[in-house]
Design a protein around this ligand. Sequence first.
Ligand code: G1P
Length: 294
Amino acid sequence: MTKKTIKKAVIPVAGLGTRFLPATKAIPKEMLTIVDRPTIQYIVEEVVASGIEEVILITSAGKSAIENHFDYDFQLDTVLKEKNKTVLRDELANISNLIDIVSVRQKQPLGLGHAIWMARNVIGDEPFLVLLGDDLVRSPVPCCKQMIDLYNRVGESIVAIQRVPLSQTFQYGIVEGEETEHERTFKVRRMVEKPAPGTSDSDMAIIGRYLLMPEIFELLAKTTPGHGGEIQLTDALQALSNRRGMYAYEFIGRRYDAGDKLGYLKAIVDFALEHPDLGTAFSDHLNKKLSGNG
Ligand code: G1P
């Protein structure tokens, strides 16, 4: 049977961003900047670089800045044109031409599983990707592209994982499973959302990249509130894994938790050091600072 192509990606952005208050009182956390672009732009760029054709944003009130960021701004473009700011105009045009974006409102904050369920009518009967905006991944081959390549071999759902210290597993969805003949790939046996310390001896943590079969929607509809009283995606994934199998893939690359203040700062430093225009000057500054001369 030929495998269906992955054409759509869901990005839930309805969360309040309380961890970054007061910075996120009036702007969405996805619009916080890393060097010269908002975090959501890195996520959308990963999607585009992985060959996806359409993004579905799951939004809530107060998130219109995200839609505006990827839209064409006629007034701004007219002003830049009058001022002959060609490079800037091109850069903004590139952002608004990146990809087609559809928004769906999540009217109640019932959890990540519920947010993904909101995409059911736009996705229809196709496998699709989910990317969580807090997880930024730097890698030579985009993380989603690595997952699509694996899907083309295994033809089932995949969650991206990374190893974390056992003392941190309570912060993640944790996967237990067995190695397969595919490199860095495990067959999922059990998944548990944020296990209490000592209740799982696996260090395989789900990061915010999923490739899912459309049956997930039917299972999400039946998922009752779990950890934290929320409808958890991980609980529906366990059901999907029982029904037709699922793989966990230890992706190649570095992940930043931009939803955490320290992780966000690490991303800023690393992305700035790698920036083509700023990297050298920023590195000089850091070296001076760390040696007490800055
Ligand atoms: C969510 C998922 C969790 C996953 C994590 C990755 O949790 O529920 O399974 O490990 O993202 O970032 P959150 O961090 O939104 O609480």
